[in-house]
Design a protein around this ligand. Structure first.
Ligand code: SF4
Length: 395
């Protein structure tokens, strides 16, 4: 439901608690991280009228617009979100609002693509900054994945391979997966997706995050590390010989999240020494050894619900994106909540969606100018939808 201007102002986050962190790249030019794809005039972030302009534009758009905010977005953007969530929850929320003419997606490009695939044809999905991509999704291009599949065909094993792609992939890769009878998965349902895939075939090609694939296969399905091989798209034949591909159960794509991939086993040891009795919880996009060193592993939604349900006085070190960890620390002041690393680690592409871009997008829409619309070509959308529908039908 769209909130009133008063509600929007009242929801302004009060920054009452800061996690002590070292600032990475102090002295750098912050504008270097600004997006570049906003034709027209982008409001200055220092404009004192910015929040008022955002409230006015949001109020003017009313129920014509529905704003989605991913958990990793900045506070200044999240306060204008009608709903917050992980990528899949947000895509479903968008699909459940057919009356909204505009779905403004405060997240990254692959999420807006999924929203476009799942929403009605008349709805328009808007990404406030087209430069908000995802380095993990970019690690698996369509031509690279096709090349991999041709190798599997040449070896005569493609028929026994079921592709499973993480939500964090482009529409092209989801379409490839749908075309070959596979499924999309999220970090919440990866175990169910792999169980289903291995009931259909004897091998899985897991795209594009090797860590989620390995952590799920080994820790949740009981496979061994030697059942997994890593396909490197930058090496001939993926850097693997025929025997390795024939023996493997899991063919993991060599992709990773540049944010979660930064956490180390040393970070876990350091925080245990620093914070007595701390519980370490990390996202399954972290490397396998970090997950082994942690106390718990779980999707973004699981991290949030675990900390919400934890007793007052408990201490948590959280290995996921910093905007979310800071909001958890503000929300649960009866618990000690620290970032797993001591160094600042935002997702730089998520952070591209800032208040100036959101204001620019809303004001443009309010005056009838549709900007930064994300459109997935029809055939790609149909094939990607098959993989998304398969995920929804997972037993
Ligand atoms: S946190 Fe990682 S997976 Fe998520 S958008 Fe950023 S780079 Fe991509």
């Amino acid at each position: 439901m769209t909130r009133t201007a008063d509600q929007l102002i009242a929801s302004r986050p009060a920054v009452t608690r800061q996690i002590p962190l070292l600032v990475l790249g102090a002295g750098a030019q912050p504008d270097a991280e600004r997006g570049v794809s906003c034709p027209g005039e982008l409001p200055a972030s220092s404009d004192p009228a910015l929040v008022g302009r955002a409230v006015a534009a949001r109020t003017e758009l009313g129920d014509r617009a529905f704003i989605l905010g991913h958990h990793y977005q900045r506070d200044e953007v999240i306060r204008f979100a009608d709903v917050t969530g992980d990528s899949f929850k947000l895509a479903r929320e968008a699909a459940a609002r057919p009356e909204a003419e505009f779905v403004i997606f405060c997240g990254v490009h692959f999420m807006a693509e999924s929203a476009d695939i799942l929403t009605a044809p008349a709805q328009r999905v808007i990404l406030p900054d087209l430069a908000a991509g995802c380095s993990m999704a970019d690690m698996a291009t369509y031509s690279q994945v096709e090349e991999c599949w041709e190798t599997l065909e040449d070896l005569g094993i493609a028929e026994s391979v079921v592709p499973v792609t993480y939500m964090n992939s482009s529409a092209d890769i989801k379409a490839f997966t749908g075309r070959h009878g596979g499924t999309v998965c999220t970090s919440s349902n990866a175990k169910r997706a792999l169980t289903w895939a291995l009931s259909k075939g004897s091998k899985v090609l897991f795209l594009p995050d090797q860590h989620l694939g390995r952590n799920t296969a080994v820790l949740e399905l009981g496979l061994g590390l030697d059942d997994c091989v890593v396909w490197d798209p930058h090496r001939p034949g993926g850097g693997l010989d025929a025997g390795a591909l024939q023996r493997a159960t899991m063919i993991l794509w060599r992709g990773h999240c540049s944010v979660h991939g930064r956490f180390t086993v040393q970070n876990v040891a350091d925080v245990r020494a620093r914070v007595p009795g701390v519980n370490v919880i990390v996202h399954p996009e972290c490397v396998h050894d970090v997950v082994l060193a942690a106390d718990q592993v779980g999707s973004t939604e699981k991290i949030i619900s675990t900390i919400a349900a934890a007793p007052a006085g408990s201490a948590w070190a959280v290995g996921t994106e910093l905007n979310l960890v800071q909001r958890l620390a503000e929300s649960y002041q009866d618990k000690t909540i620290v970032f797993l690393d001591k160094t600042v680690c935002y997702c730089s592409t998520m952070n591209r969606i800032d208040l100036p871009h959101l204001v620019w997008a809303m004001e443009s829409l309010a005056r009838g100018e549709v900007v930064n619309q994300i459109t997935v070509e029809e055939q790609i959308a149909r094939q990607a939808r098959a993989a998304l529908d398969q995920m929804l039908a997972l037993p």
